[in-house]
Design a protein around this ligand. Structure first.
Ligand SMILES: C[S@@+](CC[C@H](N)C(=O)[O-])C[C@H]1O[C@@H](n2cnc3c(N)ncnc32)[C@H](O)[C@@H]1O
Length: 216
């Protein structure tokens, strides 16, 4: 099986075997992003790579109007069931982010993703996705994302799979970012903030950058 298909299958299988693969609590990134969105009066959010929705539900609970996308049919199917059971108001779609986003220009107040761009994407693919996010974001809108960085304990470990990219023993391929790479991908945006944070406790901790960009 080719590597991109293998990644998708791995996510489907992981979500099928564990209904809370990343836990049931929202990430710290989701919490800090909600504060940023509220301070700026932002209401409509596009989330990329939502997984099983631990951050999606938190944003919906906070009163944001969320559209959440992931290419894992299993993840989106589980989320649709939960949204239906609990009467949650959000839009959930299976979508491969390497295809154009199915939304008009200037459509969302905010774009959000946690540990999505740090997947197996090369620079051309990342540049394409950042352009798409910029296109669907309205002027004055905010793009918040997280990626694993060079200080992460898995940086440079396991099987090399491209620039700054390694496949771990579970088969997941992770792209690690320098601050320089983040700056180069921010073409067309204003950089509001780049800061390091740690998710999880040893031995499962990840070291990430939180990145906040604004569309001029
Ligand atoms: C590390 S997980 C993070 C999930 C979620 N954001 C969280 O933190 O709980 C990355 C997610 O990106 C999704 N993903 C990877 N490549 C994708 C692509 N090309 N298009 C859409 N989703 C993708 C995976 O299915 C997975 O759910």
């Amino acid at each position: 099986m080719d590597l991109p298909r293998k990644q998708r299958t791995l996510w489907d299988g992981s979500y099928a075997s564990n209904p809370e693969f990343f836990g049931s609590e929202p990430s710290d990134l989701a919490k800090s992003s909600i504060s940023i969105f509220k301070q700026r009066g932002l209401k409509t959010v596009l989330e990329l790579g939502c997984g099983q929705g631990r951050d999606t539900w938190h944003m919906v609970d906070a009163g944001l109007k969320v559209t959440a996308l992931d290419y894992s049919e299993t993840g989106i199917c589980q989320m649709k069931k939960r949204a239906e059971d609990l009467g949650l108001d959000c839009r959930l779609e299976v979508h491969d982010a390497l295809q154009a986003l199915p939304f008009p220009d200037n459509h969302f107040d905010a774009v959000y993703s946690h540990m999505f761009f740090t997947m197996r994407f090369d620079m051309d693919q990342l540049q394409f996705m950042f352009k798409e996010c910029l296109r669907v974001l309205r002027p004055g809108g905010i793009h918040v994302y997280s990626v694993r960085n060079y200080n992460d304990m898995h940086y440079g470990k396991f099987e090399p799979r491209g620039e700054d990219t390694w496949e771990n023993p579970l088969g997941f391929v992770v792209h690690f970012f320098s601050e320089e790479k983040i700056r180069s991908l921010a073409d067309g945006y204003d950089i509001v903030n780049i800061k390091e944070f740690i998710e999880g406790a040893p031995p499962f901790n990840k070291t990430l950058y939180e990145v906040v960009l604004a569309k001029p």
